[in-house]
Design a protein around this ligand. Structure first.
Ligand SMILES: Cc1cc2nc3c(=O)[nH]c(=O)nc-3n(C[C@H](O)[C@H](O)[C@H](O)COP(=O)(O)OP(=O)(O)OC[C@H]3O[C@@H](n4cnc5c(N)ncnc54)[C@H](O)[C@@H]3O)c2cc1C
Length: 359
């Protein structure tokens, strides 16, 4: 579930004031040196910070324009382990940051605009001109959902409109939902939603799906899913007062005819954009722009550069998986630094045979 910008600002007010802003004046004074620089302060970056700090690496977290990451834009979180009751996304991220700071990580309110990973230590530049000189780099810059771009879609985000069935599908138990899109994500979201909803409509603007054949077969065979072809959403329709989404105003692209589909929830599933523009041409990306890592690790092809969370994971995209890979990135970085400091350990580190004293 999502919250409005105003609610988010209020929820984050105590959180934001604790961070250290990088001013232009400070930027002129000195470079910032660190053993571990973490880009991003979502679950991946903050988990890496907790593990990095507890390994004695005194990490610096550059928080970016969205301190706390995507979860700060949501209200109810029911699937993060450890909490019996529903928790709030901004609260969870505030706790994660407090924990990271408590064990020694330092938060800086800056955004990286340039990256040089051609030699180590790596040099990164913040938008105020601060240069960060880092022995290891952990990239946790996340990915953002793509939206149709309608004003009504943005207005009703968190009030019936979502981009994550795994996150929000549970809130639509027994209700009518729609999924918009035609690729793998859309078909997977529609299939997932049948776990909760008896009535799922997939809305696609073309007359065939882009999704893999096996997914399409499962979709077409499912009795609770119907597909509307050649159809686009003109408007997400709100109910009276605070009712949130109650319907979609649809248009047939061929005939031009419009009709209304009553729904309780709508899931825009037209893909995600990983925040990797900075790394294009410098690190290996897959066809969709996600950072590539060695399977089973957080290691990129450049020794000393690690990636974690949604920026390298286009399959799961959950807070818990982001946190898990954040932990992996910090442990990989600690192991890397130990191997560099003690070359004799390098072989063992490569073979993953040594126990890491990180907890
Ligand atoms: C509305 C919504 C609801 C959700 N609900 C749930 C849920 O209930 N349960 C669940 O498990 N998951 C949920 N998710 C998914 C979850 O939020 C993500 O999987 C998770 O946040 C990914 O974590 P991350 O750390 O990889 O990236 P993000 O959380 O996206 O964080 C990215 C960070 O990188 C920073 N950054 C980006 N570029 C730069 C830069 N150039 N320099 C410095 N920093 C930069 C940003 O400021 C941000 O801090 C939800 C997502 C959304 C959008």
């Amino acid at each position: 579930m999502l919250i409005t910008a105003a609610l988010r600002k209020r929820a984050l007010a105590p959180y934001l004031t604790r961070n250290e802003p990088i001013t232009r004046k400070a930027a002129m004074s000195a470079d910032v040196h660190t053993k571990m620089l973490i880009l991003g302060s979502g679950p991946a970056g903050l988990s890496a910070a907790i593990y990095g700090a507890r390994a004695g690496l005194a990490p610096i977290v550059v928080q970016g324009v969205q301190p706390g990451g995507q979860l700060t834009t949501t209200t109810d979180v029911e699937n993060y382990p450890g909490f019996r009751e529903v928790i709030q996304g901004p609260w969870l991220m505030e706790e994660m940051q407090a924990q990271a700071e408590h064990v020694g990580a330092r938060m800086l309110w800056d955004t990286i605009v340039d990256v040089d990973v051609s030699t180590r230590p790596f040099r990164l530049t913040g938008d105020g001109g601060t240069v960060y000189v880092a022995e290891t780099l952990v990239i946790a810059t996340g990915a953002q959902a793509k939206w149709l771009g309608l004003e009504s879609e943005q207005r009703l985000r968190g009030q019936g409109v979502s981009a994550c069935a795994t996150c929000d599908g549970f809130f639509y138990r027994g209700k009518k939902v729609a999924v918009i899109g035609g690729g793998n994500t859309a078909v997977e979201e529609a299939l997932y939603l049948t776990n909760h909803s008896p009535d799922v409509t997939l809305i696609h603007r073309r007359d065939s799906l882009r999704a893999e054949k096996i997914l399409q077969e499962r979709l077409f065979a499912h009795p609770n899913i119907k597909v509307l072809w050649n159809t686009v959403v003109d408007e997400f329709v709100a109910g009276e007062g605070t009712a949130g989404l109650v319907a979609l105003q649809l248009r047939d692209r061929e005939s031009g005819e419009t009709h209304r589909l009553d729904v309780d929830g709508a899931f825009t599933a037209i893909g995600h954009s990983p925040a990797t523009e900075l790394f294009r041409g410098k690190l290996d990306l897959d066809d969709d722009g996600y950072l590539l890592v060695e399977p089973g690790t957080a290691r990129t092809a450049i020794p000393g550069v690690f990636a974690c969370g949604d920026v390298m994971d286009k399959i799961y995209r959950q807070a818990i998986t982001a946190a898990g890979t954040g932990c992996m990135a910090a442990l990989d970085a600690e192991r890397f630094l130990a191997a560099v400091a003690h070359p004799a350990r390098e072989a063992a580190a490569a073979g993953h045979e040594e126990k890491i004293g990180a907890w």
